[in-house]
Design a protein around this ligand. Structure first.
Ligand code: ADP
Length: 226
């Protein structure tokens, strides 16, 4: 066991290898497997999975006011406006089950969303621990999305989502790198193997002194995030 301040094993009932809070963002293009990975990791860690795409699809299905506002954007593969998304996520993160941590899947998707999230967490004395960024080749993304056959997975909408990703969301890679939070994960191959890559990268970050972890997971830059 690493660390000097070992706590009594009976103190909490967190799963093996995960002590204390953990706040993780799963990041990557549409079709990169964020949802699948979030599902496995949350089941294993007993943490809530905050999947914004799922929240929106549920809202659309039940015909709530949020669903009505989001529907056209989702159908076209466009981003839902930042104000609406931020409200949805902040409401969700304010719920009690998120106190011990969470895994975010599909949020933030713009720099504005990332900045608002950072301020929201900072006001509560919290922060994101790590951003696991899944890297998957483009043909594989298209293949995976075509296979899952969701309503918004027609070829034209898939193409548009990828384009929107490159334009609006990919620049966040730099933002997270500057915050020294980015962990790059090879997202090709079997789902279980990818889960293991994320699991061990997160364990590394959490098992080490924060400064050592940051040095390990980031580019050697000096920019400050806050
Ligand atoms: P995918 O990973 O295939 O893009 P998601 O389920 O994550 O699918 O998202 C589906 C749709 O929901 C997106 O195309 C977008 O319209 C909307 N959406 C989800 N998250 C966000 C977000 N953070 N900001 C804006 N729109 C979002």
């Amino acid at each position: 066991m690493k660390g000097s301040s070992r706590k009594a094993a009976s103190e909490g009932d967190e799963p093996e290898g995960l002590k204390g809070t953990v706040r993780i963002i799963l990041f990557g293009p549409p079709g990169s497997g964020k949802g699948t990975q979030a599902e496995s990791l949350c089941a294993e860690w007993g943490l809530p999975k905050i999947s914004t795409g799922e929240i929106l699809r549920d809202a659309i299905r039940i015909g709530s006011p949020t669903g009505a506002q989001a529907r056209d954007f989702v159908d076209r593969g466009e981003l839902v406006p930042d104000g609406l998304m931020t409200r949805i996520v902040e409401e969700r993160l304010s719920q009690k089950d998120c106190a011990a941590g969470f895994v975010l899947d599909g949020f933030p998707r713009t720099i504005a969303q990332a900045e608002t999230l950072e301020v929201f967490l900072r006001d509560r004395g919290d922060r994101i621990d790590a951003v696991a960024s899944l890297r998957v080749e483009e043909e594989e993304l298209v293949r995976r999305m075509a296979d899952r056959g969701r309503d918004d997975d027609s070829e034209a909408v898939i193409r548009n989502r990828l384009e929107v990703y490159r334009r609006e969301t990919e620049p966040l890679v730099l933002y997270f790198r500057e915050c020294e939070k980015l962990i790059e994960i090879d997202g090709m191959g079997r789902a279980e193997d990818i889960t293991e890559r994320i699991r061990s990268a997160v364990a590394d970050v959490r098992g080490m002194d924060a400064s050592v972890a940051r040095a390990k997971i980031s580019d050697p830059r000096n920019e400050q995030c806050e």
